[in-house]
Design a protein around this ligand. Structure first.
Ligand code: FE2
Length: 164
C-alpha cells in the first residue's frame, strides 16, 4: 500500500524496490541507495533538459514514485538498518547516537523536499508552463545533491559497520 501524491491510499502499488524484511541490513541499504541514486540521476536529467526539452511523461513517472518510495526507504532504514547499526556498535557513545539523530532529521527534511519536488513535477507533467526554469532547476538540484550527500555519508559510515 502506498500514499499517492494526493494523499489517498493506493493498494495497487507494488514497490519499485523490494525492501523485504529478512534480508541482511547491508543488502537493504545498498538497494535503498541504488534506488535513491537512480532517482537522483532521473531528476538530474530533468533539470538538465529544462526548460525546452522536458519529458513530461518522465516527470509524471518520477512524481508518482518519488515521495512514497523515499518514505518507504526511510521507514526501512530507521526500523531495520539503523537498529542493526546501533546493535553492531553496541551504541552507548553520544557521537554514534548523534549520527543516527542527524540521519533521521535529514530523512524528515528529504521527505518534505520530495513532496515539494513531486508537486512541481506533477504540474510540469500535466502541462503547466515552466515560468521560472532557473528556480525549478535550483530546486531539483538542491534535492538530488542533498540526497546524494546523505547516501554518501551512509555509505561511508553505516555500511562499513553493517559489513563487519
Ligand atoms: Fe538515510
Amino acid at each position: 500500500m502506498r500514499i499517492v501524491a494526493s494523499g489517498r491510499m493506493d493498494r495497487s502499488f507494488s514497490s519499485p524496490l523490494p525492501l523485504d524484511s529478512g534480508l541482511p541490513p547491508a543488502v537493504l541499504l545498498r538497494r535503498a541507495h541504488g534506488f535513491k541514486l537512480d532517482m537522483c540521476h532521473a531528476l538530474e536529467r530533468i533539470a538538465d533538459n529544462l526548460p525546452d526539452n522536458i519529458d513530461r511523461v518522465e516527470c509524471l513517472r518520477i512524481a508518482n514514485i518519488l515521495a512514497p518510495s523515499i518514505r518507504q526507504i526511510h521507514v526501512c532504514e530507521e526500523n531495520d538498518i539503523f537498529t542493526a547499526y546501533a546493535a553492531a556498535l553496541a551504541v552507548s557513545a553520544d557521537a554514534d547516537m548523534e549520527t543516527l539523530r542527524r540521519l533521521k532529521a535529514e530523512h524528515v527534511e528529504d521527505q518534505c523536499f520530495a513532496d515539494e519536488v513531486t508537486e512541481t513535477l506533477l504540474g510540469i507533467g500535466h502541462g503547466r508552463a515552466i515560468d521560472n526554469a532557473e528556480a525549478v532547476g535550483f530546486m531539483l538540484r538542491g534535492f538530488f545533491e542533498t540526497m546524494r550527500r546523505h547516501v554518501a555519508f551512509e555509505r561511508a559510515h553505516i555500511l562499513p559497520v553493517l559489513d563487519r
